[in-house]
Write a protein that binds this ligand. Structure first.
Ligand code: F0G
Length: 458
């Protein structure tokens, strides 16, 4: 059959207007926002690619679930729906609801962490690292070497380096390792997948040394898509079966359900060990809420239970991954330097390669994020020296290893014509690339400066 356009496998029942703006208006909005897209109002943005987290469009079934939500403090029916859905997926006995991913992280890592402990991951997401370090423990990232080469094609760039894992266990001592964490897909590493073979090997090593293995499973359905299409032996599995097999290899999981459970708020912690679950449940009740709702309302739990099933629909996943790839491959063909291969939830542009004349200390990623907003009203996020830059004792900037800009695609929100519009905006970005200048920071907070820093064009 002739190749056909992959259509959005849904019809639109309810619409949210986009406020259109002119380039002139956007220049004014951006100046008022001190050249930091985080400080823009959402109605000043045309296409919002800031994050795929909590930005999904819910289905008619999920909205129906919202109406059915049981708001009982204890033993809510909606909790039963959520608990069943999570148990069905993870196969784990203990499920703790939380209001979002980092709450699950705070609970588990404050219990497992503390001074002298080390956590090892393919790459810790920022909030995971922050929660671990806040407990006094260390967080080490050991992705495979291939993941550092942005243009190298590799099917599972999210994999963990298992030789380094064995070495680290020898050096640190198994008893001092709080947990090993696999982030699927690897968000900080470009949304790249982790293979089942790698998960099995990591699981085997952890078992041999009696070390806890956890899954950061925000994007486990997207990861399953890559396994089915790239890893031998999984062609005849359903996406859900692949995810279930992955969960069968680990001792616990933390999920920000704001991603692959297709809800705007929610999360959970899933555990096999009774003692750990008991300790974590105490902390849950003290800080989040009773064990049958965590920080969630009944309606949130009902929608989450439905979303966790919908996300494994093969038509949805095919559309989801292909549409992200479509954007990334088009940009790549046009000559925009993007991280390859394209990951599941986002396209990462290498701003340093696009603007080689702007030194890292003048923030080429921020320059691109501002250009995308000015030319197209597209909001993205810099993942480079604004986000990760640090100062040495003499206030000299230590720049980040890469200067990236992330275009994260919200789930079921934008159509192909929105994506075409983004591609067209990049045509203009390419044309003007050599005339763009960098930025300086005029004001910044002590921590997480990218959220609120103020900038000035140079
Ligand atoms: N783990 C991963 C891999 C994530 O990507 C995120 C959030 C979290 C944990 C924390 O979850 O936000 O529900 O508390 N990522 C968002 C993003 C913020 O834009 O990538 P949360």
């Amino acid at each position: 059959m002739k190749h056909r356009t992959i259509i959005e496998p849904f019809k639109i029942k309810s619409v949210e207007p986009i406020t259109l703006s002119t380039e002139e208006q956007r220049a004014e909005f951006l100046t008022k926002a001190h050249f930091n897209p985080f400080l823009l109002q959402s109605n000043q943005v045309i296409i919002d690619l800031l994050t795929d987290s909590g930005t999904s469009a819910m289905s008619a079934d999920q909205w129906a679930g919202i109406m059915k939500g049981d708001e009982s403090y204890a033993g809510s029916n909606s909790w039963l729906s959520m608990e069943n859905a999570v148990k069905h997926l993870t196969g784990m006995e203990y499920v703790l609801p939380t209001h979002q991913g980092r709450a699950a992280e705070r609970i588990i890592y404050s219990h497992l962490g503390g001074k002298g402990k080390t956590f090892i991951s393919n790459t810790h997401f920022d909030t995971t690292r922050a929660n671990i370090e806040y407990s006094g423990a260390d967080a080490l990232d050991i992705p495979i070497q291939e993941s550092y080469n942005t243009s190298l094609i590799h099917p599972f760039k999210g994999n963990m380096d298992t030789n380094k894992l064995k070495e680290l266990i020898q050096v640190k001592g198994a008893e001092n390792i709080g947990a090993v964490i696999l982030t699927v897909t690897n968000n900080s590493g470009g949304g790249q997948p982790v293979s089942m073979a790698n998960t099995k090997e990591v699981s085997q090593i952890c078992k041999e040394h009696d070390i806890l293995l956890l899954l950061d499973c925000c994007r486990v359905a997207e990861n399953a898509y890559f396994i089915k299409h790239r890893e031998e032996g999984f062609e005849n599995y359903t996406y859900e079966e692949i995810a279930q097999e992955m969960f069968s290899l680990v001792n616990g999981a933390a999920m920000s359900s704001k991603k692959d459970a297709l809800v705007n708020m929610g999360g959970f912690l899933s555990l096999r060990d009774k003692e750990i679950a008991k300790e974590c449940t105490n902390m849950l009740i003290i800080t989040e809420g009773f064990s049958t709702y965590g920080g969630l309302s009944g309606r949130d739990m009902e929608a989450l239970a439905i979303g966790l099933k919908e996300v494994f629909d093969p038509n949805y996943l095919h559309y989801r991954i292909r549409s992200t790839t479509y954007l990334g491959e088009k940009l790549n063909e046009m000559g925009v330097p993007v991280m390859m291969p394209i990951g599941g939830h986002a396209v990462y542009v290498d701003a340093q390669k696009l603007y080689p004349h702007i030194p890292a200390r003048e923030y080429p990623g921020q320059a691109l994020a501002c250009e995308l907003y000015l030319k197209g009203g597209i909001r993205t996020v810099e993942i480079g020296s604004v986000m990760f830059g640090k100062y040495d004792d003499d206030r000299n900037l230590i720049t980040a290893p890469m200067e990236l800009v992330r275009l994260a695609i919200p789930r079921r929100v934008y159509t192909q014509s929105h994506i075409e519009y983004v591609i067209e905006t990049f045509e203009e970005i390419l044309k003007d690339a050599s005339s763009i200048s960098g930025y300086e920071i005029t004001e910044e907070p002590k921590f997480l400066r990218h959220f609120t820093a103020k900038f000035k064009p140079l």
